[in-house]
Design a protein around this ligand. Structure first.
Ligand SMILES: [Zn+2]
Length: 126
């Protein structure tokens, strides 16, 4: 949001996941929409030193802007199978993004204050 951080990354596909798990809701303020990328493809144009990482679980760390607090990254860095994946906030992407919201995940943990009726697939977990 503040522009301190800018980056580029290569998406694994053109799909955006909307995660309704309790952690993502608390972290983002609602559900968290992200595109999965190859962690090794992440390149900072500026502000790599502004990224703050928060360990949200034993296996996962979440990155945000230390200046304005914008949510940026979800990285399962301690998960041997998925450590190469980096989830990137869909809201942080510049248009045209080339990606589309395609699935709701962890709907079993979704908030009780909204309904999902956009016709997209819904998964109880991931
Ligand atoms: Zn989540």
């Amino acid at each position: 949001m503040c522009g301190a951080i800018a980056y580029e990354a290569k998406p694994l596909n053109q799909k955006i996941d909307a995660c309704h798990c309790e952690q993502c809701r608390r972290w983002s303020g609602h559900f968290w929409a992200s595109v999965n990328s190859e962690f090794s493809s992440l390149k900072f144009v500026q502000g790599d030193d502004k990224v703050k990482w928060f360990r949200s679980s034993d296996l996962v760390r979440r990155g945000f802007c230390g200046e304005c607090g914008s949510t940026l990254f979800w990285h399962p860095d301690r998960h041997s199978e998925y450590a190469h994946i980096l989830g990137i906030s869909a809201g942080s992407l510049n248009a045209p993004t080339g990606v589309k919201l395609s699935v709701h995940i962890f709907v079993a943990e979704k908030g009780d204050y909204y309904e999902l009726n956009d016709g997209l697939a819904q998964k109880p977990g991931h």
